[in-house]
Write a protein that binds this ligand. Structure first.
Ligand code: PFF
Length: 451
């Protein structure tokens, strides 16, 4: 991406565009959230629903966001406003999306802070040789104390530094190099999992779906996870597509992003669940799952702390490529709509992020008594953003691109003005007009008990 602030940035290559979108999609959502959601929702049946949602809703919505972004080359507000003559009436959705991106950043940076803490603890060796219960205590100590706040702030400062330093030279190059490394490391850990005693049980849990377990909460959870993991319904992919060059093929980029993202999530599952059963953890542990299971895995590997340090380091990188994309939503809005400089926009976005993230970090300790509907601030934000904000925004985007944006505009983007065919145009439009809105509405109404 060019960092020239006088001009709108553009990813230099098609590969750069794919790397950035995959960098945004692959993150804690795949390695932390996917395994714990799978565990909480009963394993294989959840994964089956998840894959259906990625293909049925995820890929078409990615295409819709790409169309809005590249077609308008604008921030999320401009993307609604400039893509159709009636677009001005839809900018409210843009504000909602900006707000949800900030809220996701709040709890996401807390988890990224834990990753930072584990990386540090691996380097110092302080988590070496711990048994399962010591690891659980360690996690508890880290999340309830002030260390949690410090780690969150340090992570957000690193995020701000990358955003200030420029996207091309910092994050784009780093992710081009480190994302493949993360893949390699995941493969190594997968192979290690194959030797664990709990392999059979873990694989059965993951890949033998018990369809009788599917209920409204599994469906809503799987849909929310698909949206979260693909970074859709957030305007993030819209903003990134506004930096795509003319040659980027939107349909292909959407499919590649969805396939790679799902692959990483499944690999994470294959790493975690055999270990869960080997070391006697409960799959239903929730957000702590990965942070308790992985140290147990590393603890039993030769040179485990070195692997652990590398793994958590790469996870930090994967998190930063995602938080950068989340921050970019508000930063591009501040820059283009409120006419701020890149520097001031980044500072404002980081201050907003820090204020909420610190409260979220404290929700494990000093603020743990402050709950809404029985949920801590952290759980509430995770639940509300993934299960309400993202699907609602997804619904709005599908209806808007399906029904309001002129066909000429969508076709132009999907075929690069007719330079290549997009044979699935009719199918895509049908899905955006009917399947996405109906599916999202049904699942949503069902899960809140109105159906
Ligand atoms: N997709 C990211 C992950 O799986 O970690 C999270 C995310 C990034 C969500 C950017 C939303 C977003 F706009």
């Amino acid at each position: 991406m060019s960092d020239d602030t006088s001009q709108r940035a553009i990813f230099a290559t098609k590969i750069g565009a794919v790397a950035a979108t995959v960098g945004s999609a692959v993150g804690l959502g795949n390695i932390w959230r996917f395994p714990y959601e799978t565990g909480v929702h009963g394993g294989g049946a959840f994964i089956a629903c998840y894959i259906v949602f990625v293909l049925l809703l995820g890929v078409p919505l990615l295409c819709a966001e790409f169309i809005l972004g590249r077609g308008t080359r604008s921030n999320i507000l401009g993307a609604f406003r400039d893509s159709s003559s009636g677009g001005r009436r839809w900018v409210g959705a843009g504000y909602m999306v900006i707000l949800s991106s900030i809220m996701i950043l709040w709890f996401y940076s807390v988890v990224a802070g834990w990753t930072l803490g584990y990386c540090y603890d691996s380097v110092t060796g302080s988590i070496a040789g711990m048994d399962s219960s010591e690891i659980s205590d360690h996690f508890m100590e880290m999340t309830t104390g002030w260390r949690n706040v410090v780690l969150t702030v340090v992570f957000l400062l690193a995020n701000a530094a990358v955003l200030l330093g420029g996207v091309t030279k910092g994050i784009e190059r780093a992710s081009n190099l480190l994302m493949p490394l993360l893949f390699v490391l995941l493969m190594v850990l997968c192979i290690n999992s194959l030797s664990l005693d709990g392999l059979k049980e873990g694989m059965t849990f993951l890949f033998h779906p018990d369809f009788s377990k599917i209920d409204a909460s599994v469906l809503l959870g799987a849909m929310g996870q698909a949206f979260f993991s693909l970074s859709i319904g957030m305007g993030c992919m819209t903003v990134y597509a506004s930096y795509f060059n003319k040659e980027s093929r939107l349909g292909r980029t959407a499919l590649t992003t969805a396939v790679l993202d799902t692959l990483v999530a499944i690999l994470a599952g294959v790493i975690i669940f055999p270990a869960v059963f080997t070391y006697g953890f409960s799959p239903e542990k929730g957000p702590a799952l990965v942070f308790e299971v992985l140290p147990a895995v590393f603890g039993c590997m030769p040179g485990g702390m070195i692997w652990s340090a590398i793994f958590f380091l790469l996870l930090i990188v994967a998190s930063i490529t995602s938080t950068v994309s989340m921050s970019e939503i508000s930063i591009s809005y501040f820059e283009e709509e409120l006419k701020m400089s890149r520097r001031n926009a980044t500072i404002l976005s980081s201050v907003l992020a820090m204020a909420g993230a610190v409260v979220c970090a404290l929700s494990f300790g000093p603020l743990s008594d402050f709950t809404v509907c029985g949920m801590s601030m952290f759980d509430l934000l995770d639940y509300v953003t993934s299960n309400i904000c993202l699907p609602v925004a997804g619904l709005i985007i599908s209806v808007y691109v399906g029904w309001v944006v002129p066909a000429r505009f969508t076709r132009e983007q999907l075929t690069d003005g007719g330079s290549y065919p997009f044979p699935l145009y009719g199918v895509l439009m049908f899905v955006l007009r009917w399947v996405c809105p109906v599916a999202i509405m049904l699942i949503f109404l069902n899960s809140i008990g109105l159906l």
